[in-house]
Design a protein around this ligand. Structure first.
Ligand SMILES: O=C(O)CCC(=O)C(=O)O
Ligand SMILES: [Fe+2]
Length: 773
């Protein structure tokens, strides 16, 4: 059956499809209004029913009294939802609204009916949530170029109050309207906090309908001793999701005009303290400074401000965190500790439970290792580009054929994919290298991987292994100096390029994938005796683009390499013990291991938790490549290395010419740059054509014989003009024929003129030989 809200939306879409523009416009506006009211009702129900659970203490989660309360709450919600008919909307329609699709339709229908203002704001509202939508981008451009379009029409119709206030406050700040900054920003703060509360209420959503009632009924029917354990795990999983969603709320809403604002709350108090200072309200300024610090401790600017206000005579009492924020922080830390509690306390029972998750862990010993990347940084995360669905093409038969073709042409075999590797974007592929190639790359690593390149000689991860690293750039540098073989360095580059194009193809990416960083790494076990008492990993569980938190989440924020989207590790050997790669669970335990072998690549989303089991015997080598979708973040050195090697090839080709080689050797000339480095055909740079002494002699010749205009005003008398190019310089020349005349009448040194003649002849010879003429 079709629900009321679905019907409204679908009928508007239908009108659009049938080009009934006026109806489309009216109905879509209706649907949008109805949906917004619905969202408010939904939150209101949760607020109303929430008091029932609000008293629950974390420890009570296991108690029956909690289940009792939960059941009451569930009933309250159900009554409220029924009253407002808030369940009457399908997931598809919910999704459409979440993606702001209605504004895409509304934009067209409004335009067709001549309502340019609504068309413009709809387009803008849509692009705010879909910034990469190309068609809408060009629509926006089109509207910008239309006559009679008012710039204020480009506004976000879905923008929340706090977003409007925030924008107004920032605009007032730019206009030095301090009182307005205060007024708007104070409103923005209040509404931000309310919105954060609404967001938290919506997090409780996923379970409210359908399964929630069943679930609570199921749980309430059991007594404490005989409770069904898998139901409890189900419940725990759900509750973790809810808490996690609530923890994320702050970041989730820290967006203005489609832009993520880092530490938005702290930022607001930053504006406030400044505005209060400007209106000479130092007490409020001090309080806002302290509040900003409570939200973002160690903020340098704010610490300086505090010192400044102290100097202005503000006392300790003046620096008190504002009440709304102290309670906000308190509530937030309670949330975090609940999340932590439920994650750790509930885990213990899992060992006794017969659930799928646990069975898998038994395949492999699953040691719990400490992760040493527990850096906690507050603030908002780097947005994950992979959430943009339009990034990936459809995996239809045409695509599969193309992938098959690509793989077979290069001798690649996909051996394990998402399903088997239990994740998203995970793939293991064999055949990237032949055993000769593996050999020669291991040789490259062995001969030249040096201390300080990529990593130190000592492993950054464990004292039980030695660590060698070689970056792509250094490999190229070494090849230039003939310290390593050019072919090996080229292989290093080529293999990463093949891997890159493979992943671009495999993921069916609609935009290019770039290198972010590349290096070759070998881990070697120290002696057998040295392995005694070893309990650590070769590479502790980590993520390649974010910081793992104690609570199992991951903070994608600098200084983590936030731009990394995919990781690919290409293995060079398997004749070592231990050293399996593994994907990790959120508690650092092993989820799935993969045995390295020559030519095998394992690729995954960089945020995935993973690590390397201890290498207990032998040497394990791999090429690690990180990729980014952000063209601005692409690895400069990868291209530089490619250039260097190409330059080397081109130079080697030139030097294959024996005449040129001879000339270079004979005169101590050196070829510095060729066409490749100079970015164009028939160009070169060479050193050593003249030595220092010769340069001095020619400079002296110029000083004695050069005159204004010579060479440029040939045949004419020197003019008053100082330089043919600029009025700010004196420009003098000495043609070779006039130099000869001057030598003949003794005005200049004849040997210098000889040198002038010889060196130009030499350069002619060089040019002829270089270009093989
Ligand atoms: O060598 C491996 O298998 C993984 C290495 C890794 O995860 C890393 O370097 O970030
Ligand atoms: Fe990694």
């Amino acid at each position: 059956e079709s629900h009321e809200y679905d019907a409204l939306y679908n009928s508007a879409v239908e009108a659009y499809l049938q080009q009934r523009w006026y109806e489309c416009k009216a109905e879509m506006e209706n649907a949008i209004n109805a949906y917004n009211t619905l969202k408010q009702d939904l939150v209101q129900c949760r607020v109303t029913c929430n008091y029932i659970t609000s008293e629950i203490d974390a420890v009570q989660y296991l108690e029956l009294s909690f289940l009792d309360t939960a059941l009451q709450r569930s009933n309250c919600l159900r009554r409220c939802f029924e009253k407002h008919d808030v369940l009457g909307v399908s997931d598809e329609v919910k999704d459409a609204f979440a993606r702001r699709l209605p504004y895409d339709y509304l934009q067209i229908c409004a335009f067709k009916t001549g309502d340019l203002e609504l068309a413009v704001s709809s387009a803008y509202t849509f692009i705010v949530a879909n910034p990469d939508h190309e068609i809408m981008q060009s629509n926006i451009k089109f509207y910008q170029e239309q006559n009679g379009v008012d710039p204020t029409w480009f506004k976000d119709l879905e923008s929340k109050l706090y977003q409007k206030y925030y924008s107004s406050a920032v605009a007032s700040y730019s206009a030095f309207q301090w009182h307005d900054v205060i007024q708007f920003m104070e409103e923005a703060v209040q509404d931000f906090l309310q919105e954060e509360g609404r967001c938290q209420r919506s997090c409780e959503g996923t379970y409210d309908h359908e399964s929630l009632t069943h679930f609570y009924i199921a749980i309430a029917g059991l007594n404490y001793e005989s409770r069904n354990c898998s139901t409890l795990v189900l419940f725990t999983d759900h509750w973790i999701n809810v808490l996690q969603c609530q923890v994320n709320c702050e970041d989730e809403i820290s967006i203005v005009n489609g832009l993520q604002i880092k530490n938005m709350l702290a930022e607001m108090y930053h504006y406030l303290q400044f505005a209060y200072y400007k209106v000479h309200d130092l007490t409020s300024a001090a309080a806002c400074t302290e509040t900003a610090l409570a939200l973002k401790p160690q903020d340098e600017a704010m610490l300086k401000n505090k010192a400044f206000y102290q100097k202005q005579g503000m006392d300790k009492e003046d620096f008190s965190t504002r009440k709304e924020i102290s309670s906000y922080i308190e509530a937030r830390s309670l949330l975090l500790s609940q999340l932590n509690f439920i994650r750790t306390k509930y885990k213990f029972s899992e060992a006794d439970l017969d659930v799928k998750d646990i069975e898998q862990k038994d395949e492999e010993e699953s040691p719990i290792f400490m992760n040493n990347a527990g850096v906690v940084i507050s603030g908002s995360s780097y947005p994950n580009p992979l959430t943009n669905a339009s990034l990936f093409g459809t995996r239809d038969s045409a695509f599969l054929a193309q992938l098959g073709d690509f793989s077979s042409k290069r001798g690649l075999t996909i051996v394990m994919e998402n399903e088997e590797l239990e994740g998203k974007y995970r793939v293991a592929t064999d055949g990237f290298l032949t055993s000769e190639q593996c050999h020669s790359l291991m040789n490259l690593a062995g001969v030249r991987a040096t201390k300080g390149d990529g990593y130190q000689n000592e492993s950054p991860h464990t004292k039980f292994e030695k660590y060698e690293g070689l970056t792509i750039n250094r490999a190229a540098q070494l090849a230039i100096k003939d310290s390593v073989s050019l072919t090996e360095a080229q292989q290093f580059l080529n293999i990463t390029e093949t891997a890159r194009t493979f992943l671009e193809t495999y993921y069916n990416l609609q935009i290019p994938l770039h290198f972010h960083y590349t290096h070759l790494v070998c881990r070697t076990a120290l002696s057998d005796e040295a392995q005694n008492g070893r309990h650590d990993l070769s590479h502790p569980v980590h993520s390649d683009n974010c910081y793992m938190q104690k609570d199992g989440t991951c903070l994608r924020e600098a200084p983590a390499y936030v731009q990394r989207d995919f990781s690919g590790i290409i293995y060079l050997n398997d004749d070592f013990e231990g050293g399996n790669f593994f994907f990790a669970n959120r508690d650092d335990s092993v989820q799935k291991t993969i045995r390295p072998k020559c030519g095998r690549m394992v690729a995954f989303e960089s945020s995935d938790f993973h690590g390397v089991l201890p290498v207990t015997k032998g040497r394990r080598c791999a090429i690690a490549v990180w990729y980014t979708l952000d063209p601005l973040a692409k690895e400069g050195s990868h291209e530089a290395a490619q250039q260097l090697l190409a330059a080397k090839v081109s130079r080697d080709q030139k030097l294959a010419n024996a005449d040129l080689r001879h000339l270079l050797n004979e005169h101590d000339f050196s070829l510095v740059k060729t066409e490749v480095e100079l970015n164009g055909p028939e160009r070169f740079a060479a050193d050593g054509i003249l030595n220092e002494q010769q340069c001095k002699a020619l400079m002296k010749l110029a000083n004695q014989g050069a005159i204004v205009g010579d060479g440029y005003n040939a045949g004419k008398k020197p003019t008053a003009q100082t330089s043919p190019h600029t009025n700010h310089e004196y420009f003098a020349g000495l043609r070779i024929d006039r130099a000869a005349e001057l030598a003949a009448d003794g005005t200049v040194d004849a040997s210098a003129v000889d040198l002038y003649l010889n060196s130009s002849a030499m350069s002619l010879d060089f040019v002829k030989k270089y270009f093989d003429m």
